[in-house]
Write a protein that binds this ligand. Structure first.
Ligand SMILES: [Zn+2]
Length: 462
């Protein structure tokens, strides 16, 4: 018998973790954290519904924390086996997992100081930076397109997913009986996005587990490049800073790529550009090093001696002193700093310094979750609270929606059309109820039978 059990990302986007059992082998695809509302985050504290020590292998689709952030918990609860990942995913996790551990430690310290956990005066972090670092040696890199036996009778092959650097779809071939080919989409990226190649066509599969994050939704038609060009020109004309809160991994590099491209075409003035985030400073060389994750345009740029992620007047700020020095820059400049929703990080210092200045433009280039400072700014807040003070918003606030790492409805359909034949079974995961409903309608139009699993539901794959 073979089976699949949905330990997360069922009826919701985060907490990606799928258990595949065949013969005596147990393979876990992704080990993600639940994020968002508290009732979901509390699941991170539950004991694993399967004994981690009994797992044969863990296989990752990509480095995002909602797909990998539970690895330290698995290890703490007894998992001692390998964690298969693409080489770029392995490198990115070297930054992301320890950072996740630090954030959990900070959260616990804060809870204890504020005493809001009075029933549990000694709030324990979910895991620590040391727990996260301890997991890194388990990562076993595997290149795209190279089959590897990860458990007796189970072979893994990665194909490019185009979502973030190192992202992959996962094909698990079960030798059986029964013989089965299981394909996990992971998160799928966009067609024609900078830096990364398009999602690779899917291999044939009997069972498909496909994401639905943007099920039924369409991204903006206008290219992000044109919108960024217009914002840079406007900011230069206003004589102030263009302040871009951006995720350190992915969005920062896309913005750098696009600025360099616009400068190269003479479409924007060459302004001083500052990247002020230690993680972005460390991640950028990883983006440059993994040529296997580059599209043809990146390869062409390297071949012609162009550094693809380097606008002319770029400065990386690593130390706090380098960060503070940016405060003295008074004329037009571009500051890219994390976090992307202004929930923390160095971008707060820049917002505190620049928001009261009417010459400033704050440019939001990513999704802003409700309740974050980025969301408040996007919704026209007159002040935002930072470091215990209400900072007046005199700056212009603009948003670009064209940068996204997720395939929209049309792109999901385009990828599904690459599968050589409809799978016998399709499971829809990684979606909120409305996206899942839209995805279900699409599958009905395609005539593909599909199911929407519930949390912890098991399906026999006879
Ligand atoms: Zn992702």
């Amino acid at each position: 018998m073979a089976s699949i059990r949905f330990l997360g990302a069922a009826g919701t986007v985060t907490g990606s973790r799928f258990l595949v059992e065949s013969g005596h082998a147990r393979v876990l695809v992704d080990a993600g954290l639940f994020q968002g509302p508290k009732e979901l985050r509390l699941r991170n504290r539950d004991r694993w519904p399967v004994d981690p020590a009994s797992l044969t292998a863990v296989v990752l689709t990509h480095a995002h924390i909602d797909h990998t952030g539970a690895l330290p918990l698995l290890a703490k609860q007894g998992y001692r086996g390998p964690v298969h990942a693409t080489p770029a995913t392995r490198d990115l996790l070297g930054l992301l997992l320890p950072d996740s551990g630090r954030l959990h430690e900070e959260e616990a310290r804060w809870a204890n100081q504020k005493g809001y956990s009075k029933h549990a005066p000694n709030a324990e972090p979910l895991y620590t930076e040391a727990d996260a670092v301890a997991v890194l040696p388990r990562l076993a890199p595997l290149a795209y397109g190279r089959p590897r036996q990860v458990a007796p009778g189970i072979t893994l092959t990665y194909h490019r997913a185009g979502h973030i650097l190192g992202s992959a779809t996962v094909l698990l071939e079960l030798a059986g009986p029964p013989r089965r080919r299981l394909l996990f989409s992971g998160d799928l990226g966009r067609y024609g996005a900078p830096i990364l190649p398009d999602p690779e066509g899917g291999p044939s599969a009997d069972v498909l587990v496909v994401e639905s994050t943007y099920g039924g939704k369409r991204h903006a038609e206008a290219p992000a490049r044109d919108a960024l060009r217009d914002e840079v020109r406007q900011a230069a004309a206003r004589g102030g800073a263009l302040l871009v809160p951006a995720f350190a991994i992915g969005r920062t590099q896309e913005v750098l790529f696009t600025l360099r491209e616009l400068e190269g075409r003479g479409e924007i003035p060459e302004l001083p550009v500052f990247v002020d985030s230690p993680m972005a400073v460390d991640a950028t060389p990883i983006f440059l090093a993994h040529r296997e994750d580059h599209d043809d345009e990146m390869a062409r740029l390297f071949a012609s001696g162009v550094e693809p992620l380097r606008p002319r007047r770029l400065t990386f700020a690593r130390s706090p002193e380098q960060s503070k020095a940016i405060n003295k820059v008074d004329g037009p400049c571009i500051i890219i700093s994390a976090s992307g929703m202004a929930t923390g990080g160095r971008v707060l210092h820049h917002l505190a310094r620049r928001l009261p200045d009417p010459r400033t433009t704050v440019l939001l280039v990513g999704f802003q979750a409700a309740g974050t400072r980025g969301w408040s700014l996007q919704n026209g807040a007159a002040t935002v609270r930072m470091h215990g003070e209400d900072v007046p918003v005199k700056a212009r606030v603009a948003s670009i929606t064209g940068f996204s790492a997720h395939a929209d409805e049309a792109e999901l359909s385009r990828w599904l059309a690459t599968l050589p034949a409809p799978p016998q079974r399709t499971f829809l995961v990684h979606g909120e109820p409305t996206s899942l409903a839209a995805a279900r309608e699409r599958m009905a139009r395609l005539g593909w039978p599909c199911e929407v699993p519930r949390h912890l539901e098991t399906f026999e794959l006879a």
